[in-house]
Write a protein that binds this ligand. Sequence first.
Ligand SMILES: CC(C)(COP(=O)(O)OP(=O)(O)OC[C@H]1O[C@@H](n2cnc3c(N)ncnc32)[C@H](O)[C@@H]1OP(=O)(O)O)[C@@H](O)C(=O)NCCC(=O)NCCS
Length: 212
Amino acid sequence: MTLDDIAQVMEVEQQSFPTIWPPTAFKREIRHNRLARYLVAVQRRQDAEESRNGASPEGDPHPSGLGRLVGGLRHILDGDETPPEERNELVVGFVGVWLLIDEAHIVTIAVRDGHRRRGVGELLLIAAIETARLAGHEVVTLECRVSNAGALRLYEKYGFRRVDIRPRYYSDDNEDAYVLSVSDVGTASYERRFERLRNEHRQRCGEYAREL
Ligand SMILES: CC(C)(COP(=O)(O)OP(=O)(O)OC[C@H]1O[C@@H](n2cnc3c(N)ncnc32)[C@H](O)[C@@H]1OP(=O)(O)O)[C@@H](O)C(=O)NCCC(=O)NCCS
């Protein structure tokens, strides 16, 4: 995620969460939080205009959208901000990870409304876990609303287990949060599971480029 991405990240944020982070929070994270890694999934503009509201481009041989998602995941780079209409990429999702001393913590993950159920969220989770593994972490944690069945399914697929509950964690409606954790991401057995899931994802959703 770069400063250029933030206007579009805010669109996704607004569609995804009842209480949103202001753009200044993302800017601060990108510029000043040395422990933070923010990644975006992007769709290149030739397809993005047509699918901004979720419509598949005509004649798309990959109805899931990801086959044409020549998108990439880019690490943070500072730069000048370009107005969203001048961008040639559509941000379709983002994930934020904090690389803490004893664990990697996924602080946020969201996918653009019209692009859900096409594998983008899974792609972002794969990238987040990969980021944690490359940093040498064994443990990855996150919080999730107890009612967020779709997200819980996604996390459980990647080995996250419910290890705690935080009562009334969300201030907008006092909903409880599950704390989920996977504690063996550096092991050979997790790597085998992770590679299998990643290959299945590639076969289902197509290749993507990761730009660092
Ligand atoms: C949660 C979220 C990121 C998932 O993104 P997505 O791109 O729709 O997810 P994917 O298409 O990659 O789904 C991957 C897997 O997750 C599970 N899943 C995701 N959404 C689901 C849903 N609505 N219902 C059931 N399972 C779901 C499924 O197991 C799915 O695999 P499948 O499609 O093979 O069945 C997205 O719904 C979102 O942005 N929600 C709002 C923000 C949010 O809740 N973030 C999580 C905070 S903890």
